[in-house]
Design a protein. Structure first.
Length: 208
């Protein structure tokens, strides 16, 4: 296969799009995303795993755009909630008729964990990436995670999603308190993206 010259990051989430651009900026590849593509219909994410949803999005957008597409599905798995919200992380509050968006998701999560002791609030952010070619064939997938715990109230202004509630114990900060460089170094998305870049190099999809 020839090296990829143009890669579409298959997300309309501006926070994710920004992170992926930063993570890929040192590679010889032109990166765009879907944050301004209101003309494209959203893909129905009905998979039961992160990998299912990442592949569904990669295939759908690659087929529509006739471009190489990188899609992620990521979310928060809380042990006290038996691994949920999981694949439902972005729409957790909406599923419970508790509003929608980051603030509603965070408020619902805190209420669900209100009686859970500090030692039992362990959780992890999980990210699965899927890379599809312009014909809609998934060529590569990878997964990574970061371990942490859910704190009692939000801290930090730099993140999105559940970042302000997710404490990375090894650094004593939430992912919303981390500087971008540090976040990319330890986050589930940063680690997964580095794995994907290495796989792309091994398959000669990057020019170096």
């Amino acid at each position: 296969m020839n090296p990829i010259e143009h890669l579409v990051v298959a997300t309309k989430n501006k926070g994710k799009a920004r992170e992926f651009r930063e993570l890929l900026r040192d590679n010889p590849i032109h990166v765009t995303d879907l944050s301004t593509r209101d003309d494209l219909a959203d893909v129905i994410e009905d998979g039961v795993t992160f990998r299912d949803n990442a592949c569904v999005k990669a295939i759908a957008y690659a087929t529509t755009l006739k471009q190489w597409c990188l899609a992620d599905d990521s979310g928060l798995a809380v042990d006290a909630l038996n691994g949920r919200p999981g694949v439902f992380s972005a729409r957790w509050a909406a599923m419970h008729n508790a509003g929608q968006g980051d603030l509603a998701n965070n408020a619902l999560l805190l209420s669900q964990l209100a009686d859970v002791k500090d030692d039992d609030r362990s959780a992890r952010f999980v990210c699965v990436l899927a890379l599809a070619n312009p014909k809609g064939h998934v060529i590569l997938t990878c997964q990574d995670a970061v371990e942490g715990a859910i704190i009692l109230e939000p801290r930090g202004e730099n993140g999105f999603g559940y970042d302000s509630l997710f404490l990375v114990k090894s650094v004593g900060k939430t992912t919303a308190e981390l500087e971008q460089t540090q976040k990319h170094e330890i986050s589930h998305r940063g680690k997964a993206m580095r794995r994907m870049v290495e796989l792309m190099k091994q398959h000669q999809l990057l020019s170096f």
